[in-house]
Design a protein around this ligand. Structure first.
Ligand SMILES: *Cc1c(COP(=O)(O)O)cnc(C)c1O
Length: 523
């Protein structure tokens, strides 16, 4: 440059110096490596009080540059204490996940490229790697050729986009005319089960269907959608003038990991379509559970899904890919692009037969998410992934055995995958006034059926309190983290296996903590 005054580097207006970047980068990678090696020693649930992290952060940004060292110090001093360690080997809450090594490095490379994959031409590799990796996922799940897809941030977004496609498929010109103020439209209905994830209702809220646009079908005694109840619900709605547009079965519900009977639901869909004379979209929510199909032993979980219109699976849940990464597969992606394609002049291209992913959903700008997933799939390989899934299922089976052998713990739901629901139900329980054998009556209680009902409800209340206290004690140790759900109104503990860092020894230690804390409560 002829005029030095205009050189950003000379003026100190440029980016971090490349050699500084290298040095700081090495330290960051070392920091992460040390963190992952030692995360099991940290309290799994963050011990900070609300507002504590914020109170330790300056209220305003610094006016002058700060050294990188100061930031790393604050990572240790301020940020780390406020982290709940999803990487901890005893993290068993919600769904246990793994930000695996290859996935973390893939994230770093994606950040390095910093491309926006909105159009094919804005980075052909981003688009074509995404198309490739999505097809690899399809093959790993044993789904038919012809299903194509997209990577989005979360299952919630994938389900919303899939239901937007379902709405488009219903041919009501909602894309152009919207839903409001249209006397020509019937009420639209989406069917899912009582155990479905809240994201189905949230999608309905966002899509103008409203929560009333979702009908939650009853489940059977194993928390699976009951196809007979679904058939009755649809036929009743049709009699009242509703238009059924979609059915959303779940493969691996969030509470119990129950698997809805997709083959029977697909048969019913075909029957209803013949009866009603219009199509009904089936979107399968396999956010967590579909990953099981990577193991040939567990491929049955996706039976029938080859006949569905769309499926969501989250590699960021049980496929060892850092958050966020959700794959949406569709049999006919053209429905999706018909719903969302909108090309302003400044984004028009003449690239021919290419995929421009901006037309596949709401967002324009897109991260290079396929890179980390590509690295995860290559690093572990199909067989390595299947072996890891099988191992997690075997670890969950160990938890099931522990529950079966424990005198004061009962299993609360079947555990078909890697998550176990259970609760404490000791034979003797303090019902308040006195400690009673199950079935005994308080001396001053009413008699007969009333007394039995009073005692039963008192017992349920005490059991809920006991289980809440158990969960709180276990989580307060910082050694283990579990979460809960409610089944038929009863509080139930959930132990989800899914981290590559959880060894069998870790799991035994977790079971010992559970036992120790329950004894402390009951003795
Ligand atoms: C976790 C989960 C979701 C939501 O996943 P996000 O990616 O966090 O939106 C949806 N459905 C099921 C069955 C889930 O388990």
């Amino acid at each position: 440059m002829s005029d030095d005054r205009l050189d950003p580097a000379q003026l100190g207006l440029g980016d971090m110096d490349p050699e500084d970047f290298r040095a700081h980068g090495h330290r960051v990678i070392d920091w992460i490596a040390d963190y992952l090696a030692g995360v099991g020693e940290l309290p799994v649930l963050s011990q900070v009080a609300p507002g504590e992290v914020r109170s330790r952060l300056p209220a305003s940004p610094p006016a002058d540059p700060e050294p990188f060292d100061a930031m790393l110090d604050d990572i240790d001093e301020v940020v780390l204490p406020g982290i709940t360690h999803w990487n901890h080997p005893a993290f068993h809450a919600y769904f246990a996940i793994t930000g695996s090594g290859p996935g973390i490095l893939g994230e770093a490379l994606a950040a390095g490229f910093n491309v926006n994959g909105m159009l094919w031409r804005t980075s052909p590799s981003a688009t074509e790697l995404e198309e490739t990796v999505v097809d690899w996922v399809r093959q790993l799940l044993g789904l038919p050729t012809g299903m194509r897809g997209i990577i989005l941030d979360t299952a919630s977004m994938s389900t919303m986009v899939a239901l937007a496609a379902a709405r488009e498929h219903a041919d009501l010109d909602v894309r152009q005319r919207g839903l409001a103020g249209r006397p020509d439209l019937p009420l639209l209905r989406v069917y899912t089960s009582q155990e479905a994830h809240s994201s189905v209702e949230k999608a309905a809220i966002a899509l103008g269907l409203g929560r009333d646009g979702v009908r939650q079908v009853e489940v059977d005694d194993q928390w699976r959608m009951d196809p007979a109840a679904l058939a009755a619900a649809v036929r009743e709605d049709v009699r009242f003038g509703y238009r059924p547009i979609a059915i959303v079965p779940t493969v691996g519900t969030t509470s119990t990991t129950s698997i809805d009977p997709v083959p029977a639901i697909m048969d019913l869909r075909d029957e209803l379509v013949a009866e009603l004379g219009h199509d009904i979209w089936v979107h399968v929510d396999g956010a967590y559970g579909a990953t099981a199909a990577v193991s040939p032993r567990l491929r049955w979980v996706l039976d029938g899904v080859e006949r569905a219109d769309s499926l969501v699976v989250n590699p960021h849940k049980w496929l060892f890919t850092p958050i966020d990464c959700s794959v949406l597969l569709l049999r006919d992606p053209a429905t999706l692009t018909r719903a969302f394609s909108l090309i302003p002049e400044y984004l028009a291209t003449d690239d021919g037969e290419v995929t421009d992913y901006m037309n596949w959903g709401v967002q324009l700008g897109r991260r290079f998410r396929s890179l980390k997933l590509w690295m995860v799939l290559r690093y572990f390989g199909a067989d390595g992934l299947a072996a890891r899934i099988d191992h997690h299922v075997a670890q969950a089976a160990r938890v099931v055995r522990w529950v079966a052998e424990h005198p004061a713990v009962v299993q609360a739901a079947p555990a078909p995958l890697s998550t176990v629901c259970f609760r404490a139900e000791p034979a003797t329980l303090d019902l308040g006034a006195s400690t009673l054998e199950t079935g005994a009556l308080p001396s001053d209680a009413p008699t007969g059926e009333d007394a039995a009902a009073v005692e039963a409800s008192l017992r349920e209340q005490r059991l809920d309190e006991l289980n809440q206290a158990w969960l709180d004690r276990v989580n307060a140790t910082g050694e283990v983290l579990l979460s809960h759900t409610r089944l038929e109104g009863r509080l139930v503990l959930r132990l989800a296996v899914g981290s590559l860092r959880t060894t069998d020894d870790h799991l035994e230690a977790t079971l010992a903590v559970l036992d120790r804390e329950l004894r402390a409560l009951c003795d």
